[in-house]
Ligand binder design. Structure first.
Ligand SMILES: NC(=O)c1ccc[n+]([C@@H]2O[C@H](COP(=O)([O-])OP(=O)(O)OC[C@H]3O[C@@H](n4cnc5c(N)ncnc54)[C@H](O)[C@@H]3O)[C@@H](O)[C@H]2O)c1
Ligand SMILES: NC(=O)c1ccc[n+]([C@@H]2O[C@H](COP(=O)([O-])OP(=O)(O)OC[C@H]3O[C@@H](n4cnc5c(N)ncnc54)[C@H](O)[C@@H]3O)[C@@H](O)[C@H]2O)c1
Lengths: 207, 207
């Protein structure tokens, strides 16, 4: 079993390798990659060893080759089809964000419960009633659901998502979702980052 | 120097202790707290040891006492005054989020460059022109700036924030901010979480 922390670091390697490609750097040693990310080179080599043999020890890693291998491992080499629940402020900010499509994530379907929003066009996609969701999620082969609805609507939306067979959920609401073990939930909470900033603003020496 | 990973875990302990208070639990052992967060009890004890002596070895920690100590350490015991740059979709979702004020973060000032938004009332706060920001940040003793503006406006906003003496920035834009060492930046990127979900949707056994 691969540690969760290793999977999280794969995203870091992915982002850093993309920057190196932008800077026309063809080869990177594990020590250089580690320094760029404030990690140890042992950690980098150990993480990558879970997934196979990359680069030759004395020569370093081929940046483009490693990037494309990591994209395949993360499953972002091909498009990931996403459904968004909630076309409110947060939902619309996610729809308008170009960073998603650049990394292989496409919001294919939008659902809301508000009659004012249903039928409207948001960034080229028509908002559908949440009552149609179960049928549509199957038809469009949706892999990931993003939940950006108010607290009181979360449980009913999670039921729809799980019943339709979607196994991955990105949750923006502050509620802890109760789901079976075979459903993977990642929650977003900006408040943790604010707490870290608050700590450092009072203890500048620890920065 | 306290490791960055320890500060990140303080937010996790904070959130978990809050839940225990809601569940009327008065005492928690390091092993119980560790299990709730998929950590080792050694890790929990080591993290807390940086900040002093909490709880007696055989008895466990007093939940309310530990929570209030952590709040003081994180600096969230008293209000943190925040300025928000960008009253667009994301900015308005942050303004409407009750989770911030519950944890001691108050958005005191909002700035935008769009004449349609300046002077408007968003959740009880009047949006001000970004040209007034440098004067206002000092007057209102702002500690943290949240940046939710488009890519092309980031550099000018960061200049204003740094010139006015604010040392902590929460960055939502995909750009890496170039700042001096004494300014702390935390960036938010939902795409990392999407990549982890994408990985697990292809390797369910690793969940
Ligand atoms: N994690 C964080 O730090 C953070 C920050 C901001 C917002 N949030 C959370 O994100 C969520 C959305 O925030 P927002 O500002 O966009 O709220 P919003 O009220 O602007 O949008 C919510 C949308 O959900 C829709 N909706 C309601 N019930 C629904 C249902 N059953 N099915 C589908 N859609 C439904 C509403 O019609 C509305 O369009 C909230 O839960 C909020 O707490 C979290
Ligand atoms: N990290 C992520 O995963 C993620 C997700 C969504 C959005 N974003 C980012 O967040 C940012 C905001 O997104 P959005 O959807 O709210 O965009 P938006 O266009 O709706 O809002 C941007 C706001 O910034 C204002 N603005 C422009 N120049 C300004 C300046 N110089 N000073 C102050 N305000 C200024 C605009 O008038 C507008 O109101 C973007 O950079 C976007 O890339 C990131």
């Amino acid at each position: 079993k691969i540690p969760d922390a290793t999977i999280k670091r794969l995203s870091l390697y992915n982002k850093q390798l993309r920057r190196l490609v932008d800077e026309n750097i063809d080869i990177v040693r594990s020590k250089e990659l580690a320094d760029l990310l404030s990690l140890t080179s042992t950690q980098v080599r150990k993480d990558l060893s879970y997934f196979g043999k990359f680069g030759r020890r004395k020569k370093g890693y081929d940046v483009k080759l490693l990037l494309s291998s990591l994209c395949k491992i993360l499953g972002v080499a091909s498009d990931n089809r996403i459904a968004l629940f909630g076309a409110g402020n947060l939902g619309r900010a996610l729809l308008g964000y170009k960073g998603f499509s650049e990394r292989g994530f496409c919001i294919e379907a939008i659902f809301d419960a508000d009659p004012e929003k249903i039928g409207k066009n948001f960034f080229g996609k028509i908002c559908m009633p949440v009552s149609d969701a179960e049928k549509i999620l199957g038809e469009k082969d949706i892999k990931i659901a993003i939940i950006a609805v108010p607290d009181d609507a979360v449980d009913s939306v999670v039921d729809i998502v799980v019943r339709s067979g979607v196994k991955s959920i990105l949750n923006f609401t502050p509620r802890r979702l109760q789901v079976n073990n075979d459903v993977m939930v990642r929650s977003v909470d900006f408040t943790d980052k604010l707490e870290q900033l608050s700590y450092f603003s009072r203890h500048p020496m620890d920065n």
